[in-house]
Design a protein around this ligand. Sequence first.
Ligand code: 5GP
Length: 184
Amino acid sequence: MFTPDSIEVQGERFTPFITQEQISTRISFMGKQLDKDFANLNPIFIGVLNGSFIFLADLMRHVQIPCEVDFVKLSSYGDKKVSSGNVTTLKKVDARLEGRHIILVEDIVDTGLSMNYMLDEMRTHHPASLSVVTLLHKKEATVHPVDLAYVGFEIPNAFVLGYGLDYAQYGRNLGQIYIVENKK
Ligand code: 5GP
C-alpha cells in the first residue's frame, strides 16, 4: 500500500491525517451497521464517482447481506480546491431504482451541494428508501443541510487527499487520507 510520510501534489504538501488502520476499523463497523439496518432489503449501493470508488470497494466487502452496486458521476471541482458551485450529472445510474432501498456512497460531504443534488435526482426514481453513507464530513463547511445516516469521520474544514480523493486528479492512489499542510 502506498502510504508515504508526506507527499507533494501540484505544488501543495500533504501529510498523513487518517491512517489505513483507522479507516479499516471504521469501515468494518459501518459494514456491520448496514448488515443490521438493511437485512432482507436487498439494497443497492450507488457510488458517486470518481472519489468514492475505493471507499465503496472496501465498504461493500464488509457487507454480508445480498446487495447490488451501480455508479453515478457528477461534474467535479475541476483542478481547484474550491467548489465551482455548479453540479451536473455526467453518468446516470443504469439500474431500475423504483421501490429499491438506495444507499448513496460518497467520499466526502463538504458544502452539501452535490449530495442534495444527488438526493433530488434519486427521489425522481421513487425508491423505497434513500440513505447516505459518507466516509468524510466537513460539518463546519456544510451550508446545504443534508441527512447523513452513516458518517465515517467528521473532519475539519481543510482540503484532504488520498484513498480515492484527488487534487487535480492526482493522489487517489494514496492508501490513507492526507491533509494539506498550511503554508507558513
Ligand atoms: P460539496 O458539494 O459537498 O461541496 O462537495 C462534494 C465534493 O467535493 C466531493 O465529492 C469531492 O469530490 C469534493 N471535495 C470536497 N472537499 C474535498 C476535499 O477536502 N478534498 C477532495 N479531494 N475533494 C473534496
